[in-house]
Design a protein around this ligand. Structure first.
Ligand code: F3S
Length: 395
C-alpha cells in the first residue's frame, strides 16, 4: 500500500476510534483541538501495542497538527543509585525508541519531557479545547488556565493531536464545569496546598469543588498547580474553581458556578492536621535515603524560592529537585545553579513515580514534599519547612 493510502487509512481509523470513544460518554461530534500532551512517556519493555501503533503512524508520515509535549522521562543516570540505574535501564529498555517516535510525530523539541508543558511553550489560551492526559496537567489546564480538556486515556490524546480534533463531552462543555461541592477553607493560617488538595480529592473523589476562603492570602500560581495535582491523585478531580482566584471564578459569580443541591465541606485546622498525619503514615525515625522535591515539576519561581530557603545551608541527605529540562537549562545558566549545588541539590527532570515503579526502590526510604508522590508510592510526605528543619544543616 502507498504511504499516502496508508496515511488516509490510519486517519480514518483514528477518527472512528475517537468517535466511538466519545459515544461512550454521550458525545456526538469531534471539535477542534489546539494542543496535545502525551502521558505514556516511559519506554516500558513489556508494552507492545502502543509501539506498534506509533510506529505505523510515524511510518505513514503522520504528525501532530498542534503542539505536542510528553510526560517526564523515567531515567536519569546521574540521579539514580547504581542498582536502580541498572534495573531501570532494563525495565525502560524501549525509551530511545519511544523518544525517536515522539520526535517523528511532532514533539516540539528533543527535550519536551515534563508534566508542566505550560512552562515550556505548550500553553493553551483561556477557553481553548486541548487533549491532555496527565492528571496534574489536565487539572491545571482546566482550572488555572481555563482551557478545556478531559482526563483522556493514553493514545486518545495522541490521535486527537494528530487529527487536530477531539470528542466533545465532559469538561469541554459549560454545563459540566459547574461545582457540586462548596469547600469552605477556615484554617487560621495559610494552608499547606498539597495537604489541602489531598483532603479535597480524598473527600469529593471525581467531583468539581468551588473553593472559598483562599483569597485571604495571595495564592501563587504554583500553589494552585500543587493543590490540583494532589486533588487529581487522592481523588480524580479534573477541574476546580477558587473564588476570586481562578479565571472562571473571576469571570462568573458563585451562583453561576455552583450546581443546585451542592454539598459542603468545611476545612479547618483539625481536618488539615488529620489529613497530614495520614500522608505521613509509615514515617520512621531513621534518616531517608532520598528527598524528592518537585512532583509536579517545579516552576522557575519555585526553584528561586528554594534557592532563598537553602541559602547558607546544605541538605544532609541525597536530594533531587525536579523540573522540565528547559527550566533546568535556564537555572544552569544562572547564579542559582551554584547556590543549589552548594546546598547539595541534584537537579533532574525525571518522573519520581516512574523511579519508584522500579521494584528495588522499595528498599529506599524516600521523603517528598509532594502530596501526589506520597499517594502513589511508598514516599512519606513532609512539607518544605519540615524538610529544611530535619534534613539541612549550616553549610
Ligand atoms: Fe509529574 Fe510524574 Fe509527579 S508526571 S506530577 S513528576 S508523578
Amino acid at each position: 500500500m502507498s504511504s499516502v493510502k496508508s496515511a488516509e487509512n490510519l486517519v480514518e481509523k483514528m477518527k472512528a476510534t475517537l468517535l466511538d470513544y466519545g459515544k461512550v460518554y454521550g458525545s456526538e461530534r469531534l471539535v477542534e483541538c489546539k494542543s496535545c500532551h502525551f502521558v505514556t512517556s516511559c519506554g516500558l519493555r513489556f508494552v507492545k501495542s502502543m509501539f506498534t501503533i506509533m510506529q505505523k503512524l510515524a511510518d505513514a508520515g503522520l504528525k501532530c497538527k498542534v503542539p505536542l509535549t510528553a510526560n517526564p522521562r523515567p531515567l536519569d543516570t546521574k540521579a539514580y543509585p547504581l542498582l536502580e540505574r541498572l534495573v531501570g535501564s532494563y525495565l525502560y529498555g524501549k525509551q530511545s525508541l519511544l523518544e525517536s517516535l515522539l520526535l517523528k510525530l511532532g514533539l516540539i523539541s528533543r527535550d519536551a519531557f515534563t508534566c508542566t508543558p505550560y512552562y515550556i511553550g505548550n500553553k493553551p489560551e483561556y477557553g481553548e479545547v486541548v487533549a491532555w492526559a496527565e492528571s496534574s496537567a489536565v487539572i491545571y489546564a482546566n482550572s488555572v488556565i481555563g482551557a478545556r480538556t478531559n482526563r483522556n486515556s493514553a493514545m486518545i490524546e495522541l490521535f486527537s493531536g494528530i487529527l487536530g480534533l477531539t470528542p466533545e463531552f465532559g469538561l469541554l462543555l459549560d454545563e459540566n464545569r459547574k461545582a457540586s461541592w462548596l469547600i469552605e477553607v477556615k484554617t487560621t493560617s495559610r494552608p499547606k496546598f498539597f495537604v489541602l488538595g489531598s483532603l479535597i480529592g480524598k473527600t469529593i473523589l471525581e467531583d468539581i469543588p468551588y473553593i472559598v476562603g483562599l483569597d485571604r492570602w495571595d495564592v501563587n500560581e504554583y500553589e494552585l498547580k500543587d493543590m490540583g495535582a494532589a486533588m487529581a491523585s487522592w481523588g480524580a478531580v479534573g477541574l476546580f474553581h477558587v473564588e476570586e482566584v481562578t479565571p472562571e471564578a473571576k469571570e462568573k459569580e458563585r451562583s453561576k458556578l455552583l450546581e443546585e443541591g451542592y454539598r459542603r465541606l468545611v476545612v479547618d485546622d483539625l481536618s488539615m492536621k488529620e489529613m497530614e498525619a495520614l500522608m505521613r503514615k509509615g514515617e520512621h525515625d531513621s534518616e531517608p535515603d532520598l528527598i524528592v522535591i518537585g512532583c509536579p515539576h517545579l516552576s522557575k519561581e519555585q526553584i528561586a524560592d528554594w534557592v532563598r530557603k537553602v541559602e547558607g545551608r546544605r541538605f544532609t541527605r541525597r536530594t533531587l529537585m525536579l523540573a522540565a529540562p528547559k527550566i533546568i537549562d535556564e537555572v544552569k545558566n544562572s547564579r542559582d545553579y551554584m547556590r543549589l549545588q552548594n546546598a547539595g541539590v541534584c537537579l533532574s527532570s525525571i518522573c519520581p513515580l516512574m523511579f519508584t515503579n522500579i521494584p528495588i526502590t522499595k528498599r529506599l526510604r524516600i521523603v517528598t514534599n509532594s502530596g501526589k508522590l506520597a499517594y502513589y508510592s511508598h514516599a512519606i510526605f513532609m512539607d518544605d519547612s519540615q524538610l529544611l528543619e530535619k534534613f539541612t544543616a549550616p553549610a
